[in-house]
Design a protein around this ligand. Structure first.
Ligand SMILES: CC(C)(COP(=O)(O)OP(=O)(O)OC[C@H]1O[C@@H](n2cnc3c(N)ncnc32)[C@H](O)[C@@H]1OP(=O)(O)O)[C@@H](O)C(=O)NCCC(=O)NCCS
Length: 325
């Protein structure tokens, strides 16, 4: 029968920072940010807040929506690029907050494609019979790795978490197809140089700002739309469907101009593309599940709708999944 998304949830920090507020921190303007990215505001964690708590809240909401108890979860898969702690990551803190009993958990690091990768991997694990119910959560606290004095990157990002509970399908609602890719020749497009084992954190790395996210913005920009186009068409072919069968496309929320380029390449109506980056900016692994959850809860996405979710990100990774809700 396959595998379905039985429930979703999301969490955005309460603090909202507008472009005008950002313009008091760095040399930028609301006009530049809106024209170049489409972003108007973002939600950012307070210094006292813990990133994994966003995932706990999103996960609780997904379990409630799926009518699944924490002790019924067989595996927790947390997609994140910047864990609470380098070791043991983020998943154990989410498992503890959700009260997952003794279910296994692990972090999955696949750039901003992490949620798409996570759902595709979970789909295979459920189909194999190994884990009947898997909670996939994308959690990202990009504000904690952003250089707030670098206007080229700091205007792009926000914090948040989004979750989906996957289980065996009992009706038409199901994951219909997927396609995952990598291009390691572009591995330094997005990177955080220090704090890993190649360059451990030191007074020098901190002085150099090497503990902040670095980005080759134009390289990412040029490749993003073609990659999502390739993945979307391949996932649809895997599902035996065409774009005409699709009700909604949820692309990774990085930049309105990248989404516009994807819309033109696929030759679809922009009305069928879900966008929330104006309010939440780029939340990396959390971007697609937040948008999915918001529009399921708003009623825009209805049971039976076919959705393509497609992402690209650090690695570089890219991919797409096709789901009937
Ligand atoms: C980052 C990005 C918005 C930059 O847009 P762009 O149109 O390529 O702009 P450029 O980098 O060419 O910069 C143009 C000018 O604006 C300036 N600029 C950059 N950021 C600015 C900001 N926030 N405010 C004002 N000016 C800014 C630059 O310094 C540059 O000035 P210069 O010509 O005097 O040197 C764009 O490259 C992008 O979105 N890339 C993808 C990023 C992404 O999605 N990352 C996450 C992937 S998961």
């Amino acid at each position: 029968m396959g595998v379905r998304i039985a429930g979703t949830g999301s969490h955005l920090p309460a603090r909202i920072v507008t472009n005008d507020q950002l313009a008091t921190w760095v040399d930028t303007s609301d006009e530049w940010i809106v024209q170049r990215t489409g972003i108007q505001s973002r939600h950012l964690l307070e210094a006292s807040e813990i990133p994994s708590d966003m995932g706990v809240d999103a996960g609780k909401k997904a379990l409630e929506a799926a009518h699944v108890l924490p002790e019924q979860v067989d595996l927790l898969l947390v997609a994140t690029n910047f864990p609470d702690l380098i070791c043991p990551g983020t998943a154990p803190f989410v498992a503890d907050g959700l009260g997952l009993d003794s279910a296994p958990f692990f972090d999955l690091k696949a750039g901003c494609s992490g949620f798409v990768y996570g759902v595709a991997v979970a789909n295979g694990l459920i189909e194999s019979g190994l884990f009947p119910r898997i909670l996939v959560i994308g959690i990202e606290a990009l504000s904690r790795v952003t250089d707030w004095s670098d206007r080229r990157t700091c205007v792009l990002f926000g914090d948040g978490a989004g979750a989906a509970l996957l289980e065996k399908a009992t009706g038409p609602s199901a994951i219909l197809g997927s396609a995952l890719y990598g291009d390691a020749s572009k591995s330094m497009f997005l990177n955080l140089p220090a704090g890993g084992t190649r360059l451990p954190a030191s007074a020098e790395t901190v002085a150099q700002g090497a503990h902040f996210l670095k980005m080759e913005g134009s390289g990412v920009f040029r490749n993003a739309a073609p990659m999502m186009e390739t993945a979307t068409l391949a996932a649809l072919a895997d599902a035996g469907l065409t774009l005409a069968d699709v009700d909604w496309i949820i692309p990774h929320q990085a930049n309105q101009r990248i989404i516009g380029a994807l819309v033109r390449k696929l030759d679809v109506s922009a009305d069928r593309v879900i966008v929330n980056l104006d309010r939440v900016a780029n939340t990396s692994t959390a971007s697609i599940p937040i948008a999915l959850d918001e529009e399921i809860r708003s009623g825009k996405i209805q049971p039976g709708d076919v959705i393509v979710m497609t992402a690209f990100g650090a690695g570089v990774t890219y991919g797409a999944i096709v789901v009937r809700i």
